[in-house]
Design a protein around this ligand. Structure first.
Ligand code: ADP
Ligand code: MG
Length: 377
């Protein structure tokens, strides 16, 4: 993935106005016809067409003419919209090295105006998953499937909401800074993921601290859900930082016990395999339930990540989990780059989704309306 803050400079205000117009059009159009782009951007047709071709050249848009003539954002186009907002807010000045390529995210080091380093996470829900689904026959019958824009935005929103609350309660997580669309900005954690640690002189205290963290999360009403050696970073002094929260669940989730045990067992397995370390100590789910200290799960729902959003998101995650096995074997292009926005050639955008998107917009402070303001300011 290329993500270059300099490239933002090639684009002027009107370019962004058109890009934003396509984003707005995509709320209820899979492909946005040029007339609608022109209308939303309040430009003349000739002017809009010229800008559209610039945006196409920069691969920020895709022009589809197969069944219907229209434009849609590529993931790079969506990245640019979010990045430009963070630049406009004075939070990001430059994009540095890429430090992570997850299945569903890209992670970059970015710099602010004082040359301090931060971490930018771009959510890419649907990068692999939509490709996985698009070959499934039932997909096209499944009207109302949320688009990759909406899902990536939900994931970012969820992650930022959880990170803020965990940070407020002194959990060892990165400091959340800001978010926009599918992107979150946070402090750069010191250290490396545990999986990169070759050997550990004394694994016992690290193991204990990880078990204590699982227990503390749960006593606060939460289960990480992906608590493993990839999502716990350790620095030279042995300080831990937990990352990656889009899959966190409430202790009141019907499968809470299973998620809890899975987190515990992941850590135990890792320590046994990697450091040949086995301990008796493990937190007990029932004991945790009996000793709750806070309901952060409830707090999360009250502070932005609404029940409706959670439901949309969980439905997607669950449908992915059940399809994972089938799709793994028949998807050969999963690894390819998403820059061309190919993932959205799956049948996305839908009227049902427009309402949900508006929900996110409210809490995300990035309603297309505001974005247009930014773009036209
Ligand atoms: P994914 O959901 O794709 O697994 P993660 O949030 O786990 O994304 O991030 C992927 C990788 O990026 C991590 O394993 C870690 O190496 C790096 N990373 C993510 N967030 C940070 C951070 N705040 N500070 C330092 N490194 C980070
Ligand atoms: Mg991760």
């Amino acid at each position: 993935m290329k993500l270059d803050a300099n490239a933002l400079r090639y684009l002027d205000r009107e370019d962004f106005r058109v890009l934003t117009a396509v984003e707005m059009g995509m709320r209820n159009h899979e492909l946005v016809p040029v007339e609608l782009v022109t209308q939303i951007a309040s430009l003349r047709l000739g002017g809009a067409k010229k800008i559209l071709s610039t945006l196409l050249r920069h691969k920020l848009l895709h022009h589809d003419r197969q069944h219907f003539d229209g434009y849609r954002l590529t993931s790079l186009g969506y990245d640019f919209l979010a990045l430009r907002t963070l630049v406009a807010r004075g939070l990001v000045m430059g994009v540095g090295r890429q430090i992570g390529v997850g299945k569903e995210s890209d992670i970059f080091v970015v710099l602010n105006e004082d040359h301090e380093e931060f971490c930018l996470k771009l959510h890419r829900l649907g990068r692999t998953s939509f490709r996985a689904i698009k070959n499934k026959r039932d997909y096209h019958q499944h009207r109302g499937s949320p688009s990759w824009l909406y899902l990536s935005r939900l994931a970012a929103n969820k992650e930022l909401t959880f990170m803020r609350i965990l940070h407020e309660h002194d959990f060892p997580v990165p400091t959340p800074i800001d978010g926009n669309r599918h992107v979150i900005l946070m402090s750069l954690a010191d250290g490396f993921p545990l999986n990169q640690v070759r050997n550990m002189e004394d694994p016992a205290p690290v193991y204990t601290e990880m078990m204590d963290l699982i227990e503390r999360f749960a006593k606060h009403g939460l289960i990480h859900g992906d608590f493993n050696e990839f999502n716990v970073l350790i620095n030279e002094k042995g300080k831990l930082t937990v990352i990656d929260f889009p899959q966190m669940v409430s202790i009141n989730h019907p499968n809470a016990r299973m998620y809890f045990e899975r987190d515990v067992n992941c850590v135990r397995r890792f320590f046994r395999k990697k450091f040949n370390f086995v301990a008796d100590m493990r937190p007990d789910f029932d004991e945790v339930l009996a000793n709750r200290v806070a309901d952060l799960d409830v707090k999360v729902a009250a502070s932005g990540f609404t029940r409706k959003m959670a439901k949309d998101f969980d439905r997607f995650v669950e449908s992915m989990a059940s399809k994972e096995d089938q799709s793994e074997s028949d998807e050969s292009d999963d690894e390819s780059d998403g820059d061309d926005g190919e993932e959205s050639s799956a049948d996305e955008g839908d009227d049902d989704e427009a309402g949900s998107e508006a929900d996110v917009a409210k809490v995300d402070e990035s309603t297309p309306k505001e974005a247009t303001k930014e773009a036209t300011a």
